[in-house]
Design a protein around this ligand. Structure first.
Ligand code: TRP
Length: 468
């Protein structure tokens, strides 16, 4: 009964808001006075629905689930990253690691590092030691072309472009069209079309045209294949089925589920692992001996080591290939992990093109503002302004605050916003509008950069050539 009444009220409220939004201009004073209490009430109703939905969920979802295919956190504060680091056996990035990155690169730390959004690593210390000795490294990351890109996808590419600038390092970007063919059931033609579109967005993230190589698996497979085979001979079906949740026999499948997975799901992982070794890539990229020069240092003679920046859901690939590295006579790739940009609906999952609403890279400021207003709010109390002033907000569950942490450049402004919101001085609507403005700035810059990418740029970035 209660559910129906709440749903009815939510419907009415949404319609009122829509009508008001379309009749008031955004810089009209009355916008805040009229709309904010309504947004607040809508948040409360949504929060109640969320609590009810959670109560009805199966107990199996009491733990976070983070795999290369799905991310789902058990609680409203999102994934427990400390626990994930323990479970995965990686290391938390600590202040001394950050100081080393800053000292070794000679550049100020990226805000994703300052704010703990990149938070975990493997072997970063030894990679930086090698860099200090004049040895070079390259950066490897990638994208599965299953849709057009959204705000969450900018994070790893912006970060890879920063690492490239900071260390003058070559970057290799894999477009895994084969992965989306096997795992998402896309046609090869659709994967190719998304790949072409995604490559333009990736170039727009600011990579150095002289030092960046972008390739799709179906096109580059001939040069990857010898290393793919070397890796595949070291891995067993059991190991891959465990690391990637691939069902290899119906007897091991959950009860009632007779279907096993297609063999491509067992074959693909080595394709994502091979580029983590310099000798798995076309030999032209790193020249004789694989020595790409680093800023202000003599040319290295050894094959460069690899650093993989990625969302922590991609860790299984690199955990497995690091174990195989010694047997293959290859250096272990170092990795650095980022936290997920939360979905608008809340921190229980990441922003995704397939589930819920995402902020697209093509969105206008108006669309961003509207989407941001629907974001899950950590404001406490019954949604009234008086309650908010008295009780403040829970920053740990608030989506707009998380987006500000990723996209508001000014540290002092972020700290002041967080303090005022937690104390109830700033309202949820005001914080959402601030987040919308910060995101729109990022998108405006991205859209301008994307408009400048030419077919010639794409041809250059995708050509096999020395990355000096
Ligand atoms: N598997 C990633 C995805 O689903 C794409 C990807 C391919 C990738 N190669 C990578 C990510 C290397 C990080 C590092 O989007």
């Amino acid at each position: 009964m209660f559910g129906d009444a709440a749903e009815h009220e939510r419907g009415l409220l949404s319609r009122c808001i829509e009508v008001l939004e379309s009749s008031l201009s955004s810089n009209d004073e009355r916008t805040y006075d009229t709309l904010l209490p309504l947004y607040g009430r809508l948040d409360v109703l949504r929060g109640q629905e969320e609590v009810k939905r959670k109560a009805n969920e199966q107990p199996a979802s009491q733990h976070d689930c983070v795999t290369h295919e799905h991310v789902r956190a058990a609680g409203p504060t999102g994934v427990d990253y400390d626990r994930l680091v323990r479970d995965f056996g990686s290391n938390l990035l600590d202040p001394s690691d950050l100081a080393r990155i800053e000292a070794e690169s000679g550049e100020p730390l990226h805000l994703f590092l300052r704010r703990g959004l990149y938070f975990s690593h493997r072997d970063l210390g030894s990679l930086l030691d090698a860099h200090a000795r004049g040895e070079s490294f390259y950066i490897f990351t990638g994208r599965g072309p299953s849709a057009s890109m959204h705000l969450g996808h900018l994070v790893p590419f912006q970060f890879a472009a920063y690492l490239q600038r900071a260390f003058a390092a070559p970057v290799v970007i894999q477009i895994s069209d084969d992965e989306k063919f096997f795992f998402k059931g896309l046609s090869l033609a659709d994967a190719a079309a998304y790949a072409a579109d995604n490559i333009i967005d990736i170039i727009a993230c600011g990579f150095d045209p002289q030092r960046t190589f972008i390739f799709s698996d179906t096109q580059a497979i001939a040069s990857l294949y010898p290393m793919v085979m070397q890796i595949q001979r070291k891995l067993t079906c059991g190991q891959l089925s465990k690391a990637f949740g691939v069902k290899v026999c119906s007897a091991c499948a959950p009860e009632g589920d007779e279907a096993t997975d297609c063999v491509g799901k067992l074959m693909y992982p080595a394709v994502q692992m091979a580029p983590a070794f310099a000798s798995g890539l076309p030999p032209e990229l790193f020249g004789a001996g694989g020595g790409a020069g680093q800023k202000g240092r003599k040319l290295a003679t050894k094959a460069p080591r690899c650093l993989v920046p990625m969302g922590i859901d991609q860790d299984p690939y690199f955990r497995v290939v690091r174990d195989a590295a010694k047997g293959l006579g290859q250096p272990k790739p170092a990795v650095i992990h980022n936290k997920f940009l939360p979905a608008l609906a809340g921190l229980h999952t990441k922003m995704s093109a397939s589930a819920g609403e995402a902020i697209r890279l093509t969105d206008t400021p108006k669309q961003v503002r509207k989407k941001m207003r629907s974001a899950f709010s950590g404001a406490r109390g019954d949604g009234s302004l008086s309650d908010h002033r008295r009780l403040g907000a829970d920053l740990e569950t608030d989506v707009a605050i998380k987006y500000l942490q990723y996209f508001l450049p000014d540290d002092a402004e972020l700290a002041a916003t967080e303090a005022a919101y937690a104390a109830g001085t700033l309202t949820s609507g005001e914080v959402k509008d601030k987040a919308a403005a910060a995101v729109s700035d990022v998108l405006a810059r991205h859209q301008q950069a994307r408009a400048l990418v030419t077919a010639g740029d794409v041809a250059l970035f995708t050509t096999v050539r020395p990355l000096i």
